[in-house]
Write a protein that binds this ligand. Sequence first.
Ligand code: AMP
Length: 519
Amino acid sequence: MSRYRFEETHRRTNKRPMTNPNVYALLNSHFPADRSVTCMEPPHGGMWTFADVETESARYANLMRERGVVPGDRVAVQVEKSPQALVLYLACLRAGAVYLPLNPAYPERELDYFLGDAEPRMTVVRPESVNALTALCERHGTGEPLSLGTHDDGTLIEASRAMPDDFDTVVRAPDDLAALLYTSGTTGKPKGAMLTHANLYSNAKVLHEAWGFRKGDVLLHMLPLFHTHGLFVACHTALLNASPMIFRPRFDAAEACRLLPRATVFMGVPTFYVRLLGQSGFGAEHCASVRLFVSGSAPLLEQTFEEFRERTGHTILERYGMTECGMSTSNPLDGERRAGTVGFPLAGVDLRVTGDDGAPVGPGEVGGIEFRGPNVFTGYWRMPEKTAEEFTSDGYFRSGDLGTISEDGYISIVGRGKDLVISGGFNVYPKEVELLIDKLDGVVESAVIGLPHPDFGEQVTAVVVRESDATGPTEQAVIDALKADLAGFKVPKQVFFADELPRNSMGKVQKSVLREQLA
Ligand code: AMP
């Protein structure tokens, strides 16, 4: 491992040993001295120790190298959550590759775009997808995909068994890319957010400190691994703390009630909290060992915040972040956690709320949220113009979210300039759905909005103008047509028909009017 290499270098040159800025090397330097302690506890036995994480990630990294992956190459991964999937991420870091996680819900059409845009050197998919995706991978020059299942199976596992179980973690510079995470936009075309080793590690350190991670912490991990929240926020803080993670493939409210008494920290999207409250009998006794509940990725309703406090005695800590920047703000660990707010900027983050003229607005006034800091990404993959548009001349990133800052500094998110719908913690960019609806026979145009939903937070809803009611598609026909091309969470749950869409004087569809009419 790099540590030993540096020690050797130190002996030979008698210079101070440097630290490898590779985020894996930095996380690894915080692994417990006794590597036999638990790192991940999967559902059906087979504990993963920190030693296992080291040796298994070394095998995968050796395999990547053998398959021609060199530092800077992208490795695309569309697999179900498992301990091996997290280890694969760590192995990519060790090999100096750029990790590109993809939601398993993405169908082939969406993968086609990601593989074409990112040009990965290697692709790892679910065993059951290999046949369907081999031609696509070969067309994009990434070769036959490797596979990784959830039962320690797949060609990645088989091939890695013959690999050595040690690997010198590749030295990367702080500004080298560690991960490429796609996020859609108002144009409907997903953009790859380029995150560096320094982005990831600085955010991990800041959150570890801000949320008071301590000896004895145990994280209940039920978030997906293809998103910032579950992958970086949750795993990095736990790894940095050398804490065990109770690792579950997905959120399940009954299972969470059963496991919470063994955890001290829980992180979730608001939907998780709504569902926990939906469990009859859920209350303080389930949460007796927990010291911190964190919520983010979508707005937490004040009603949920209050009800959770009444039922459990715990005040959920809400934070705010995004793919491009990791976490930017958080309610305080000590001090008032205020409902409906996302707290204060994290250490090292400069945050401002500006008006249309670019100047900061006064307390309580709504404006665009902008920030800069070590957490902020370096730009969108191969989109220098788009990147330039999203940054101000003095280096602040325009988040696209609208917010306010109170007299005493609490930040609230009041809307989304970018029109995003967040359903069950997953982002849906209306334009992407609208473009597909508009292509259907008999459709003139469409607007996709989010309507309040008690469980998902928002429900994807379409309003469609047809050429004629008699010949245009029915609600079911629209839904069925989209299912083939879009991940399930993006498909509208309801379709309304209208003679025309409301527009403002500039011709822009007034989605706020639609939301009011249909809510
Ligand atoms: P993502 O890039 O998937 O992490 O989504 C980022 C977007 O989620 C942000 O730009 C916000 O619009 C939204 N978001 C994240 N956290 C919160 C929060 N605590 N409250 C309201 N919106 C949030």
